[in-house]
Design a protein around this ligand. Structure first.
Ligand SMILES: Cc1ncc(COP(=O)(O)O)c(C=O)c1O
Length: 401
């Protein structure tokens, strides 16, 4: 039997990373491969109290159908959360609640993108975004990134060359790049959006996970300093990396016409985000537990990032190059081929699995022109002792060839 799938599926392959994850269930593997937060960081007690309050105080709202735009008290709480991050004038009606920020990305694909369009993304970028956008038909093109974010000169050249429908950026602790865009580049991106009248999509699930000093303001917070830029800006937020991905609470802030079309599409997609999750999240945000939870997550991830960087330097030495991340969950590295070591992330990933340690090769994170020597290592889920052991195994895998 042949199922008559839609043509649009031909542009999307099953991710190489998903295939790799099948191997990770094997006992004894130390994994730097996942993109998950550590479940041991979840504030289970706080979420239990919030969900009990949801059922006790608003059983109707928590268990009934709800508005597609989201539960009003949650929209208000999220506007309040954004105000603490320098977005001062936001009202509840300026955002919609989405089922994870992943749904916001899908709604943007649905509302903005079609065959014949070009969308610019960072090289590398979040794989699920590349795949999700491609489903809607645009050509997705990469623009280079370094430790300070997207190369704004290359971005301008690509805007002029391709007249893109949208530019998708993860300015703060990108997945997988770990990069943090400088303030000057953020300003320039906003100026380019206004000058070339192109939508910029800011995806910001990791911005709160900084280890030392807070990062520069988000593009959204900065937009008040660049006249006209707010009209060209979409901001996607998420509670997944700071509280729990299982709650599936994300949000999207966008100009009113775009928000209205996205809401219409969301209606056909899931009618609304789980009301139980939304009411629970509202109670949680009002509980005062978010700040201490975040402090703990930042501290633990910072220690693990240090452990991973030290371990890689100690056991892989000249064979690998990377910039130590200042936040987020990832180290983005390149194999140098020094000392006869492999130059391919995919080849080294296979050797590593044979030595009971996993990471993901970097090539799938490129929309075009993949860098085969790149790899992504997450420090979020393994503790420091396991990270040290994992790096030792990577060294053994390297030497064994
Ligand atoms: C850059 C980026 N955007 C969006 C998401 C989706 O997160 P969620 O749908 O859980 O909010 C992720 C998850 O890994 C991500 O890394």
């Amino acid at each position: 039997m042949t199922i008559p799938f839609a043509d649009r599926l031909q542009s999307v392959e099953t991710s190489a990373i998903r295939e790799l994850f099948k191997l990770l269930g094997k006992p004894g593997i130390i994994s730097f491969a996942g993109g998950f937060p550590d479940s041991a960081m979840f504030d289970v007690e706080g979420i239990r109290l919030a969900s009990e309050a949801a059922l006790r105080e608003q059983p109707g709202a928590a268990l009934q159908y709800g508005a597609t735009e989201g539960h009003t008290p949650l929209r208000e709480a999220l506007a309040g959360l954004m105000a603490t991050k320098g977005v001062k004038d936001l009202r509840a009606e300026d955002l919609i609640v989405t089922t994870g920020s992943q749904q916001a990305l899908d709604l943007l694909g649905k509302t903005l993108m079609q065959a014949g369009d070009t969308v610019l993304v960072e090289s590398p970028t979040f794989l699920a975004t590349i795949q999700c956008f491609r489903l809607y038909g645009p050509t997705v093109k990469g623009v280079p990134v370094d430790a300070h974010g997207v190369d704004v000169q290359a971005l301008e050249a690509a805007i002029v060359a391709h007249r893109p429908k949208a530019i998708y950026l993860i300015p703060t602790f990108g997945n997988p790049s770990g990069a943090m865009m400088s303030l000057a580049r953020r300003r320039r991106v906003l100026e380019l959006a206004v000058a070339h009248q192109v939508m910029v999509i800011e995806d910001d699930p990791y911005g709160d996970l900084y280890f030392g000093e807070a990062p520069p303001p988000s593009l959204l917070a900065l937009s008040e300093q660049v006249p006209g830029s707010r009209d060209w800006l979409v901001h996607c937020g998420s509670l997944s990396k700071v509280l729990s991905p299982g709650l599936r609470i994300g949000w999207m802030i966008a100009p009113p016409e775009l928000l209205a079309k996205a809401t219409m599409c969301k209606q056909f997609s899931d009618a609304h985000t789980s009301t139980f999750s939304q009411v629970t999240a509202t109670h949680y945000l009002h509980s005062g537990r978010m700040a201490p939870t975040l402090d703990k997550v930042r501290q633990v991830y910072a220690q693990r990032a240090t452990a991973l960087c030290q371990g890689l330097n100690q056991h892989l030495g000249e064979a690998i190059r990377f910039d130590a991340p200042q936040g987020g969950m990832f180290v983005w590295a390149k194999l140098t081929g020094a000392q006869g070591a492999p130059r391919s992330g995919a080849v080294f990933a296979k050797q590593a699995i044979a030595h009971q340690v996993a990471f993901v090769p970097g090539a799938p994170f490129f929309a075009d022109h993949p860098d085969e020597a790149s790899l992504r290592l997450s420090f979020a889920t393994a503790n420091e002792a396991l990270i040290a052991q994992g790096c030792e195994r990577l060294g053994q895998a390297l030497r064994a060839g």
